[in-house]
Design a protein around this ligand. Structure first.
Ligand code: GTP
Ligand code: MG
Length: 273
């Protein structure tokens, strides 16, 4: 009994983890890390050359974790330097600048680069990803809204945070949640626990919202050919309405997508005899 009680009081073993940052040049990867580790912000752009490496100790819940952070250079020029650092990673901080649509569109490319470097036996399923929609202090220039970013992240089972390395908004919260999820992963034998990927909406819903957002006209939005009949329009509409109805769909951006679909149907039916 006594031995058991003593055992229970023993602090849990400290964890050692590896974390990397990914995303286009100048999106703020180094500044996010600096804001968290050094509590400061550097307005001048100092491009990371290849890789910056740092070790930090953090206390999350009752655990002490030693974090090895590999802060990667986003510039394509440094591909040869960073490609060997993708392996044996438990967590990825994936950053884009909310004022630079290109940096958001590049996120898929970053995942592809990591996948390629991990090779056929690498497993990205068991890595915790956190997406940082950074520079939210620059409200005037925002070109990727929250629902679009959140949908991209959450439909992949990734965490999503709105951050500003300049003001510090979202940074502590992001790191705490990120590290906490990595601890859960380690405690689960290195596998992402099912709870962290349950997002409450389906891939079909996420894909439909993305397609609606990117559609070029009302026909395209409903997924029918120009010149389709009333029946075809109504059928396509009903399918999307069931999929995206606000009572049924909690995916980010579903309400706007649902409204857009209603408007597209109304507009098309006006002109079809
Ligand atoms: P590479 O190392 O080249 O891949 O870039 P990086 O992603 O590490 O970018 P870095 O952190 O160096 O920041 C790039 C520029 O954006 C710098 O001038 C920063 O001061 C600025 N910056 C970073 N985060 C923010 C932010 O949240 N808000 C604003 N306004 N500027 C930011
Ligand atoms: Mg950098």
């Amino acid at each position: 009994m006594e031995a058991n009680a003593a055992k229970r009081k023993e602090p849990r073993k400290s964890l050692r983890i590896k974390v990397i940052s990914m995303g286009n040049a100048e999106v703020g990867k180094s500044c996010i890390i600096k804001r968290y580790c050094e509590k400061r912000f550097v307005p001048k752009y100092l491009a990371t050359i290849g890789i910056d490496y740092g070790v930090t100790k953090v206390q999350i819940r009752d655990r002490e974790i030693k974090v090895n952070i590999f802060d990667m250079a986003g510039h394509p020029f440094f591909y040869e330097v960073r490609n060997e650092f993708y392996k044996d990673t438990q967590g990825v901080i994936l950053v884009y600048d909310v004022g630079q649509k290109d940096s958001f569109d590049a996120l898929d490319g970053w995942l592809a680069e990591m996948k390629q470097e991990l090779g056929p036996h690498g497993n990205m399923e068991n890595v915790v990803f956190v997406v940082c929609a950074n520079k939210i202090d620059c409200t005037k220039h925002r070109s990727v809204d929250e629902s679009e970013g959140r949908l991209w992240a959450e439909s992949r089972g990734f965490l999503y945070f709105e951050t500003s390395a300049q003001t510090g908004e979202g940074i502590n919260e992001m790191f705490q949640t990120f590290y906490s999820a990595i601890i859960d992963l380690c405690d689960n034998g290195g596998k992402r626990p099912p709870s962290s990927v349950a997002v409450g909406f389906t891939k079909e819903q996420a894909d439909a919202i993305r397609r609606i957002r990117n559609s070029k006209d009302s026909w395209d939005m409903l997924g029918v050919k120009p010149g389709a009949t009333r029946d075809e329009v109504n059928k396509a509409y009903r399918k999307l309405a069931v999929l995206l109805h606000p009572d049924k769909c909690v995916a980010p951006g579903s309400e706007d997508a649902f409204k857009a679909v209603v408007n597209a149907r109304t507009a098309l039916l006006k002109n079809i005899k």
